[in-house]
Design a protein around this ligand. Sequence first.
Ligand SMILES: [Zn+2]
Length: 293
Amino acid sequence: MTATMLGPLRSPVHRFVLGETEITSILDGSTSMGISPPFLLDESDDEIATIARAANLPTDKLENNFVPVLVNTGDTLVLIDTGCGHYRRESGAGFLRARLADAGYAPENVDVVVLTHVHPDHIGGIWEDGDLAFPNAQLMIGRREFDAWEAGDEIPPQRAENREMFLKIVAPLKEKFRFLEDREEIAPGVTVEAAFGHSAGHLMVRVESAGKQALIWSDVANHYVFSVGHPESKVSFDDDKEMAIATRNRVLAEVADSGVLVVGHHMPFPAVGYVEREGASYRWVPATYQLGV
Ligand SMILES: [Zn+2]
């Protein structure tokens, strides 16, 4: 007898209901990278290996997931971030638009695209083959974020290439954007909140419906162990490292103490879970059936 081996399989779409909204996470893709940098910059190799082993993770590399999110309020379909687009298709990410169909949507169905910030994995999918990837969507972005990248003087040197990308694919859309302030509502029950540090004007998105709440924290913490478990640690990806640490601590404390559901762009797919306090630190707890009963 032979039985054909088919390799690993995971669904790239996941949907749950929150009050009267539906929230769909879509795996844009994943890439493999080293642990430090970007994470645990101040820890020794031995200490990093100990932390990884304790979490049953490889000691020499990590898988970075990219998870844009769709929020359907019943009258507005909001897409939060656009994935990597064609820039990383060779290396395993950039499939958001192709996978929309698996979630039951066409690109034309998206009413709003909100960019939480303009790092490449969040803006790369805004265009596809020379056209806007979500042609009917109202584009939105934080005013602070757009202004900082347009002016350029606050952008750290390691983001020079990123700024070129912004100038090439986002800045030309200036007239099409609605510019957002902290606590601005972008669809019924869907509000953006300032969470600066990871980038100059980085935003989170809070969804409230029928007494339920979820916080889509984008890149407040970017690894479920190395960042959530070590919020004081500097992270290469954070443009203002001290401000990012302060924001991370503030948001982690809030979600741990309130028990609010979190969707995190770089948490392990489907990127839906809770944060618990663990000693002086925190632990990511993936959601199980809480949302299905
Ligand atoms: Zn990111």
